[in-house]
Write a protein that binds this ligand. Sequence first.
Ligand SMILES: N[C@@H](CCC(=O)N[C@@H](CS)C(=O)NCC(=O)O)C(=O)O
Length: 212
Amino acid sequence: MLTPHILGPEFSSFLRAVRLYCEELGINYTYGLEVNRKHITLGSEELKQYHPFKKVPVLIYNNTAIFETTTICRFLDIISAPNNLTPKDPLTIALVDEWAGALSLYVDNILIRQYVLEFAFPKGPNKSIREEIIKEITPKVIETLIFLDKHLADKPFFCGISYSMADAILTPILDYVIQTPKATELFNNTTNLIPYLTRMKERPSGKTVLKK
Ligand SMILES: N[C@@H](CCC(=O)N[C@@H](CS)C(=O)NCC(=O)O)C(=O)O
């Protein structure tokens, strides 16, 4: 197999999702913002030649750019067949794909775009955190975490008994939320999410990609 390159910065939650997936599949890969010894700046016009909407990650495989995390993960599954993470029966594939899509669209939007990024890249005066924005979005964050917690219940993985791309997408998101200053308050009404995140971080993939 050729060595895929994951284009994107180390801190990107979606880049981490693709890295986790590669680790779980046992695929050797490289990652970073360099392609063919050229640095690609985030948000630049140059990125457009790899991703039409200037997002990361992009998987470069055999000189071809593949974009969107869920598509990248499925592609990695296809080139790893038969030892891959795609479930065997169609309904379980649909279950994983619908959740992978929903987590990367709706859950990412609330937890990362609207909440975590306000701490990571504050947009208030003198780059201060806009407390009113945090206050406004907090109930939605708590509601989302409770929802995820209920969905997880006593399942070992987000979609049941096996690791799937839903876990690869969700883990870096939760790992960022739990590092925010008011995490205790956020996770207060959950029982399954923190043990789940701990388990995911204890896996060899989690230890490599998420550290600590
Ligand atoms: N739908 C995309 C979302 C990717 C995404 O939002 N990536 C973020 C980094 S985690 C990004 O590119 N942000 C830069 C920007 O929006 O300009 C996917 O699933 O890969």
